[in-house]
Design a protein around this ligand. Structure first.
Ligand SMILES: Cc1ncc(COP(=O)(O)O)c(C=O)c1O
Length: 314
């Protein structure tokens, strides 16, 4: 049985997954933490492969970019965050069974603890760090073969001027509600998740993933300035596509383009490339994972592992 390891401001707590719900109250944040009071926090999710976190620098760079977007001065430098991540991961590895040491890591950074009130003078502590490391759950081959069934949500994506999706904040209600609404649809072939449009009817991204489609060999994805999170996987997929000489377009498009696409796929740290085979109950292409999606998936995984190996050698 694998452990769940939680690091709260440098203090490590280890839980066996069986007793997680009972024991986890030992790992706590204050009721006066801004994350609890205002959703005033940021986070990152990354995973390890054979003992090395994939794209860790990219994730930490995005964390500091998010901090700049939400006027958060991070008390910890990247080196000390990396040291805390390594300490938490080492504890996880101690308890993990051989061959099951690949981990999911969630790093949460809150603006701090203090008095109720918005002003900076109310924040009385440095930014707080919580790190959760547990076994990673990656899609199985059978799930990839079946593909995702997505709903295009009626709920629109947050406008960048309101709450910029480029900032990976702890306030995920926009995505969470789109997900819950899709999951609650009473249909035979249940939706797995949802995609969101902006106010102009253009596709932006999924609740926790970026979106791509392929039409006549061209790879298309919404541009960053439409108001999306710049996925580390999105960036890696574009890089791999360039290496494979697959033409790329970053353009705005309505949902109808996805209905008529040859292939559609979602990307994220825990999905890599996950084919989408049904959208709003309509079949995409042949209703099974497309050739280019699978070719890119293989090349992406190879590229991620290669860069992890390089990191591991340092
Ligand atoms: C809204 C949103 N878009 C895209 C992504 C994909 O980002 P990444 O590829 O860095 O995991 C995520 C990841 O959580 C997300 O929450």
């Amino acid at each position: 049985m694998e452990n769940v390891v939680v690091n709260v401001n440098g203090v490590i707590h280890v839980f066996s997954s069986l007793q997680r719900e009972i024991e986890a109250p030992q790992a706590v944040v204050s009721v006066f933490d801004r994350s609890f009071l205002y959703g005033d926090s940021l986070y990152e999710v990354f995973r390890s492969h054979e003992g090395v976190f994939l794209q860790l620098d990219e994730h930490l760079e995005r964390l500091y970019r998010s901090a700049a977007l939400c006027r958060m001065r991070v008390s910890q430098d990247p080196g000390s965050l990396k040291a805390q991540i390594a300490k938490t991961f080492a504890e996880f590895q101690k308890g993990a069974q051989k061959g099951q040491q690949d981990a999911y890591c969630r790093l949460v950074l809150t603006r701090g603890v203090g008095r109720i009130g918005f002003g900076e003078e109310c924040v009385l502590t440095p930014t707080q760090i919580i790190i959760i490391v547990q076994k990673v759950e990656l899609p199985t081959e059978a799930q990839i073969e079946k593909g995702l069934h997505l709903q295009i949500s009626k709920r629109i994506r947050n406008r960048p001027e309101a709450l910029d999706p480029a900032m990976k904040s702890g306030n995920y209600l926009n995505s969470l509600l789109a997900y819950l609404e899709a999951a609650a649809e009473n249909i035979d072939d249940k939706f797995d998740d949802a995609l969101l449009c902006n106010g102009d009817g253009h596709i932006t991204e999924g609740t926790t993933f970026n979106i791509f489609y392929v039409k006549r060999g061209i790879l298309v994805t919404p541009p960053l300035d439409i108001g999306i999170l710049e996925g580390t996987t999105r960036r890696a997929v574009l890089e791999v596509a360039r290496q494979l000489s697959i033409p790329i377009r970053e353009v705005r498009f309505p949902k109808e383009r996805l209905y008529k696409a040859d292939e559609v796929f979602a990307t994220s740290t825990t999905k890599d490339i996950f084919p989408v085979t049904r959208l709003d109950q309509k079949k995409i292409g042949a209703g099974k994972p497309g050739e280019i999606s699978l070719k890119l998936r293989k090349a992406l995984q190879a590229a991620l592992i290669e860069s992890a190996k390089k990191m591991g050698r340092h």
